[in-house]
Design a protein around this ligand. Sequence first.
Ligand SMILES: Nc1nc2c(ncn2[C@@H]2O[C@H](COP(=O)(O)OP(=O)(O)OP(=O)(O)O)[C@@H](O)[C@H]2O)c(=O)[nH]1
Ligand SMILES: [Mg+2]
Length: 241
Amino acid sequence: MSLPESHSAKRCVIIAAFNEGPNLRKLIPGLAEIVPGARVIVVDDNSPDGTPETLKQMAAANPLLSPIIRDGKRGYGGAVMTGFRRALELGATQIATMDADLSHDPNDLPQLFDALERADVAIGSRYAGGVRVINWHPARLLLSLFANRYVKTILRLKVDDATSGFRAYRRNAVEIIARTPISSQGYSFLVEILYCVHRAGCRLCEVPIIYAERREGQSKMSKRVIFEAIIRPWLLRLMPR
Ligand SMILES: Nc1nc2c(ncn2[C@@H]2O[C@H](COP(=O)(O)OP(=O)(O)OP(=O)(O)O)[C@@H](O)[C@H]2O)c(=O)[nH]1
Ligand SMILES: [Mg+2]
């Protein structure tokens, strides 16, 4: 009889962070209780707010925390890819990604990991079965809803939230992503890797979550990110298999 996927899972949580010191100080200590034994990989781009020092201090007292400090701000997508590679090296079988800004509730992590019993990728979804977003400006919410409808139509993805960065992946899905050249950075990165695993035949599922707007720190949303989000789905659709 085969054991359930979660029974022997080696779990990793990847957090991309830039200038998120105060948020990381709130987020990281609680993770050990929520996902016992999980490795936490924080990929920071040498944040000028002193996050690298904070992470080094925290790691000295927490053997499950592995900070990776890159040599300058190089984008969200590359940070997550660096985290994926480290998680694979560490032998992880289930890998989650979440933001550092407390928009993603770490208490949802067990549900996301458990959903890997029935899928290769579990998406923490703001929009499956209704909208669950707290404190977003209506214009921001409309932009996000429109972006999702746009992506879903062009790429024929059967999910309601293709731009959520709160996800859990089985190792096989991360291996597929790691050996694929991924070119986007902002939200498009999340769409591109989802499309990549979907095309490779991975099963996707959505787990409803509540998303809260960040309280501290600054958004890294920019015009460049929005422009990329408009163009990229077409480039992906035209890409040969
Ligand atoms: N290492 C690294 N992390 C980044 C970079 N850009 C963004 N991040 C992190 O990626 C996560 C998501 O970025 P946010 O700025 O929250 O972007 P967002 O969630 O799309 O925007 P908001 O809804 O406004 O918060 C956060 O934890 C950021 O700190 C980057 O260039 N390098
Ligand atoms: Mg955010």
